[in-house]
Design a protein around this ligand. Structure first.
Ligand SMILES: NC(=O)c1ccc[n+]([C@@H]2O[C@H](COP(=O)([O-])OP(=O)(O)OC[C@H]3O[C@@H](n4cnc5c(N)ncnc54)[C@H](OP(=O)(O)O)[C@@H]3O)[C@@H](O)[C@H]2O)c1
Length: 246
């Protein structure tokens, strides 16, 4: 990444978000490391990335709160004075059998995986310089391709909504040099995967991946970092799938 750039990584305390932050870091690059509950992980990441030459700020925020989403962007902007790009890697699956989905379950997942990332992205776009442009990268999933599983129908629907919103937003802001894109990740072993599946179910899930293994956070992060970079200035409204053939 070029120096004098400032990137906000939402979900930097998570498996994929921390891999994105580690790949974006470079001397002179400023990084906002968002976390929700996992302060220690964000703090350790900050120490590690500062050794690589980045200035970092840990920023706590709950994606369930609309005001907090906007405030996150404002705190980042106040600290670094500019926003070059935002990677939106936060949120949990909130596993629930489709028969038990009620209004609250729907609202929570739709907010966390569509409304919150969209709110953060639009607040960041308002702060992006008309001269410098910017990058927004949403983390989606291959779940919309299949409609999710028995316990992730709501999650799949929320990611599908996010993808449509991503596409619409990309067309609105492309003329300002702001590229809005997404990455559809396949299975990566992470705490949220472990919350919803037994070890046997995870092994079974991995067996179904055409390449025969789980993806790594670094493999997904590479696509996110490409879309955040200057090299992706002619890529707008796209989804890159990193899912081992799924
Ligand atoms: N892992 C996969 O197989 C996979 C596949 C496709 C898509 N994805 C997507 O990739 C993104 C990251 O997933 P991951 O696997 O890296 O998960 P993870 O390791 O469980 O990390 C989740 C991240 O989201 C944050 N978060 C969760 N709920 C939040 C809330 N209410 N408010 C603010 N932050 C919240 C967590 O913060 P704290 O830890 O600080 O609480 C953490 O930084 C998610 O959007 C997920 O849907 C993952």
């Amino acid at each position: 990444m070029r120096s004098d750039r400032a990137y906000l990584i939402v979900g930097a305390s998570g498996t994929i978000g921390s891999a994105v932050a580690a790949q974006v870091t470079a001397p002179g690059v400023n990084l906002g490391l968002h976390y929700s509950t996992n302060r220690a992980t964000a703090s350790n990441l900050k120490t590690q990335l500062e050794q690589a030459g980045s200035a970092c700020e840990c920023l706590q925020s709950d994606l369930a709160d609309e005001t907090a989403c906007r405030d996150l962007v404002e705190r980042f902007h106040a600290r670094f004075g500019s926003i070059s790009g935002v990677a939106l890697c936060g949120g949990n699956v909130h596993w629930k059998p489709w028969q038990e989905l009620d209004r609250d379950a729907w609202q929570r997942v739709l907010f966390e995986h569509c409304v919150a990332p969209f709110t953060i992205a639009s607040a960041a776009i308002r702060r992006m310089s008309a001269d410098a442009g910017g990058r927004i990268v949403f983390l989606s999933s291959i779940a919309p391709k299949y409609g999710g599983s028995a316990k992730t129908v709501h999650y799949a629907a929320a990611k599908a909504a996010l993808e449509v919103a991503m596409h619409g937003l990309s067309r609105e802001v492309a003329h300002s040099g702001i590229c809005v894109n997404g990455v559809r990740a396949g299975f990566v072993d992470s705490p949220q995967q472990r919350r919803g599946r037994t070890s046997e179910e995870i092994a079974e899930r991995i067996r179904k991946i055409p390449v025969g293994r789980a993806g790594t956070a670094d493999e997904v992060a590479s696509a996110v970092v490409y879309l955040l970079s200057e090299r992706a200035g002619f890529v707008s409204g796209e989804l890159i799938t990193v899912a081992g053939g799924d």
